[in-house]
Structures are given as C-alpha cells and as structure tokens.
Design a binder for this molecule. Structure first.
Ligand SMILES: [Ca+2]
Length: 66
C-alpha cells in the first residue's frame, strides 16, 4: 500500500526531497524493490526517469505535486 502522508519522492520521510532520496531510489531500483513514493513519474515502475526527477527536485530545478 502506498503511504498517504508521504510526498512522492520523499523516500526517507524527512519531508524534504534531497539527493539522499535520489540515492535511496537508486538503491531500490538496484535491488528490484518496490516503493511507490519513488515512482514519481507514476508509471508503476521505479526507473531512471524517477531518479532523475527526484534529483531535479532536490536541486530545485523542478517541483512535483504532492
Ligand atoms: Ca527526503
């Protein structure tokens, strides 16, 4: 089940999207794990696009909806 209160991309639940979240997304993908908050693109998979989006949010280049 997808947690309700966590923001998409905030994988360590600190209410911020930082490069740490991108690293966590990479780790999830590398281990074939599933974390729906890491699926920023909403296609049901945690792919390189999701990691890129998380990193872009972390550095302030883009914003994603909650
Ligand atoms: Ca975070």
């Amino acid at each position: 089940m997808q947690p309700i209160l966590s923001q998409k991309g905030d994988l360590n639940s600190d209410n911020k999207i930082t490069p740490i979240d991108a690293v966590i997304a990479l780790t999830i993908a590398a281990s074939d794990g599933v974390n729906y908050n890491a699926d920023v693109g909403g296609d049901g998979k945690v792919a390189s696009l999701d990691r890129l989006m998380i990193l872009q949010v972390a550095v302030g280049n883009i914003a994603i909806g909650s």
